[in-house]
Design a protein around this ligand. Structure first.
Ligand code: NAD
Length: 251
């Protein structure tokens, strides 16, 4: 933890009320950033506000372009800049395999996990280009690298986040914008609960892969990497797809 690392920077964090997003908002504030965030759940917004008192958090669905534009616009009006973006909001897909996936699950998972990442990036990039400085960190998943971790929709959505990350990194590299993705393994968060619907068939097929995970991460182990990728220490790192999975996919 470096309490001055992000002094003077403004960070926008989606999904800021739980898990990796909350840990990221807490860490970026502790490291000097002004943090603006959103979450779709009002209780999660309250959690973020309570844990990050200097920040400003609003209820906002990242799939809603009007809401995204309003959040970005209000942040630019208030602070004049957005230096760091953490695209962290995400949902699981009940581990539904291809022959079980329904259109509603497919559409919602792609909307939250993929399309919203594009929409937030689209909204912040012009300002970053104008200032010749921007640090975007997208949370993908090891499900963005292989097929053994989750269901069809989640896997497709996270592979797309890897593609978005590389496209932005390449296209805007001369504009001072860096864009990187993190592929976490299992992290102790609220993304999956025992009460959620789940495909027994799908989970049975994934079990062999799930069983070789050594341990789950704490959310701050991922937030620390977000912070580093957003920092000047990572000034030459862009287009990187960084696994943070305790070696799960290293074998
Ligand atoms: P989490 O459920 O604890 O936190 C996600 C937050 O995003 C929640 O507060 C939720 O309300 C919010 N959110 C969901 N849909 C939203 C929307 N439409 N608009 C705004 N906010 C919304 O889960 P987490 O594990 O911290 O997930 C964070 C990211 O990490 C996700 O992109 C997820 O896919 C990714 N990830 C998680 C794991 C894991 O094992 N937990 C592994 C790999 C990747």
């Amino acid at each position: 933890m470096d309490s001055t690392r992000h002094n003077g920077r403004v960070a926008l964090v989606t999904g800021a009320g739980s898990g990796i997003g909350l840990a990221t908002a807490i860490r970026l504030e502790a490291e000097g950033a002004v943090v603006v965030g959103c979450d779709v759940k009002p209780d999660a917004v309250a959690t973020a506000q309570a844990n990050v008192p200097s920040g400003r958090f609003t209820a906002c669905d990242v799939t809603d372009q009007v809401a995204i534009d309003a959040l970005v616009g209000q942040t630019l009006d208030a602070h004049g800049r957005i230096d760091i973006v953490g695209n962290i909001a995400g949902i699981n897909d009940s581990f539904l395999p291809a022959h079980e996936v329904d259109d509603a699950t497919w559409d919602r998972v792609l909307a939250v996990n993929t399309t919203a990442v594009m929409r937030v990036c689209r909204a912040v990039l012009p300002g970053m280009q104008a200032r010749k400085d921007g640090r975007i960190i997208n949370i993908a998943s090891i499900a963005g690298l292989g097929g053994g971790a989750s269901g069809l929709a989640y896997t497709a959505s996270k592979h797309a986040v890897v593609g978005i990350t590389r496209s932005i990194a390449w296209t805007y590299r001369a504009d001072g914008v860096r864009c990187n993705a993190i592929c976490p393994g299992g992290v102790r968060t609220n993304i999956v609960s025992r009460e959620d619907p789940r495909s027994d068939w799908g989970l049975d097929r994934l079990r062999k892969f799930h069983n070789i995970s050594e341990r789950m991460a704490q959310p701050d182990e991922i937030a620390a990497l977000v912070s580093w990728l957003a920092s000047d220490e990572a000034s030459f790192v862009t287009g990187a797809i960084v696994t943070a999975d305790g070696g799960w996919t290293a074998g």
